[in-house]
Design a binder for this molecule. Structure first.
Ligand code: ZN
Length: 205
């Protein structure tokens, strides 16, 4: 391979994407440079736009366009009103649950788990969850964190943070495979996990 700094840099960047190593990154880069007009140009434009215009909402954690209020099923409720909020670790989890059509309600995306490396509890949007539950008079918080040690610790931490608030707290059913990340579950598993969700104690002091 020739030594061209820009190309090396792009290969390095693409290798960091999920499921891609240096070999597939090189193939992707070749495909790109052979399709300057059809791929490089629109992709560069779209990436720049996403970088500039799209970010995570600081309240509910979902993706939003910077110029408008977060109204996508979530923060700013205008025409729809739900009484449930489903707490997930990542936007990927939110997308999986939405695609499976088993849940109608708000989402709250933590952006990690309590014990993820380098993850501070303050960054997890748990305070804003508590605020939302109070403000929107939420009746049920469904904790849909992964069946991993980190996910279970996080679920415990969330339930604890909601102590004393008059809201039902439930967790996805134990049928979740241990180590199962929500994002990778099939619709059938997700469906029964939601349907058979369990209450987490009596929350009101
Ligand atoms: Zn929001």
């Amino acid at each position: 391979m020739q030594n061209i700094n820009e190309i090396d840099e792009l290969v390095k960047l693409i290798s960091k994407l999920p499921g891609l190593g240096p070999k597939s990154a090189k193939r992707i880069v070749l495909k790109l440079i052979n399709n300057r007009e059809e791929l490089i140009k629109p992709m560069a434009k779209t990436l720049a736009e996403i970088y500039k215009n799209i970010s995570r909402c600081k309240i509910c954690g979902t993706l939003k366009t910077n110029s408008i209020e977060c109204s996508y099923n979530n923060c700013t409720i205008i025409e729809k009103k739900y009484d449930k909020v489903c707490v997930v670790e990542s936007i990927g989890d939110q997308w999986s649950i939405e695609n499976s059509n088993i849940y109608k309600g708000y989402f709250h995306i933590l952006g990690g788990t309590v014990s993820s490396a380098g993850q501070k509890k303050e960054d997890l949007l748990i305070n804003s969850l508590v605020e939302r539950v109070k403000r929107d008079k939420i009746e049920e918080v469904i904790i849909a964190t992964s069946a991993t040690v980190e996910g279970m610790t996080t679920a415990y931490y969330i339930a604890d943070s909601l102590k004393g608030i008059n809201v039902k707290i439930s967790k996805l059913a134990q049928g979740l495979p241990v180590g199962g990340e929500i994002e990778n579950l099939d619709d059938g598993t997700l469906f029964s996990a939601f349907k058979n969700r369990n209450g987490v104690g009596n929350n009101v002091d």
